[in-house]
Write a protein that binds this ligand. Structure first.
Ligand code: CA
Length: 234
């Protein structure tokens, strides 16, 4: 029997907190809750949880500050719980090292999927050699992109962009993170070059680029690629 994974919830809204803790314990996780940032920081240090769910709007310490303090000593996956009007804070938290975010109100399925994805990316297992979802397959070693078994030709930049997203499938990557990774830190903050390349990729791999099935836009934040079936099947 595998040890039960533990999750720390730092959230001052009692009803959301109890919804999360009930859901997670019902799904076999050990759960502890903290209602303030300070309590959260001390529990994070004493429990060393496998995942932390962190509300950005806490009564005592700013959620981003909690995140920053935990990141000084831990790589534990941190999923931000945010309100709908907190786009800027979400982007800031993601750029500061949060693994993902979930927007209130959210359902059980979405919460569980986010937790599974963050655990998988932090499991330390060797990285996937293949990405596979629906009709798309990417072989990272052979640098091959196949759609319905037929090879798709991408430019160097398009390939780098698609594989960056595929290797982080299921997670949101911010515009800043992607820009830094592909073009380096010295490019200006304008995302135009990224949007142009993404439009080209979508024309090549999506049946209907206006309703993408592989690379989703997270408005104001970045992109998220569909989960890799080749990994979840393991
Ligand atoms: Ca709150």
């Amino acid at each position: 029997m595998t040890a039960r994974l533990s999750i720390l919830v730092i959230e001052d809204d009692k009803s959301i907190c109890s919804f999360i803790t009930t859901t997670l314990s019902g799904n076999g996780y050990r759960v502890r809750a903290a209602f303030t940032g300070r309590e959260g920081l001390s529990l994070a240090a004493s429990l060393c949880p496998d995942v932390i769910l962190l509300d950005l709007g806490l009564p005592d310490v700013d959620g981003c500050e909690v995140l920053q303090k935990i990141r000084l000593w831990s790589h534990v996956p941190i999923i931000i719980i945010s309100a709908r009007n907190e786009e800027q804070e979400k982007v800031k938290a993601l750029d500061m090292g949060a693994d993902d975010y979930i927007t209130k109100p959210f359902g059980i399925a979405e919460l569980m999927a986010r937790i599974r994805t963050s655990l998988r990316h932090n499991s330390g297992s060797s990285p996937a050699t293949t990405y596979r979802a629906l009709d798309l397959e990417i072989n990272f070693q052979k640098r091959l992109v196949l759609l319905q078994g037929k090879q798709i030709h991408l430019t160097q930049i398009e390939y780098q962009l698609l594989t960056l997203l595929a290797k982080n499938s299921g997670r949101v990557l911010t515009y800043n993170f992607i820009m830094n990774n592909i073009w380096g830190p010295y490019i200006d903050g304008n995302n135009q070059i990224l949007r142009v390349n993404m439009a080209n990729i979508r024309r090549k791999i999506e049946q209907n680029p206006a309703q993408p099935q592989y690379v989703f836009t997270e408005v104001g934040i970045g992109y998220r690629m569909r989960e890799n079936d080749a990994v979840t099947a393991l």
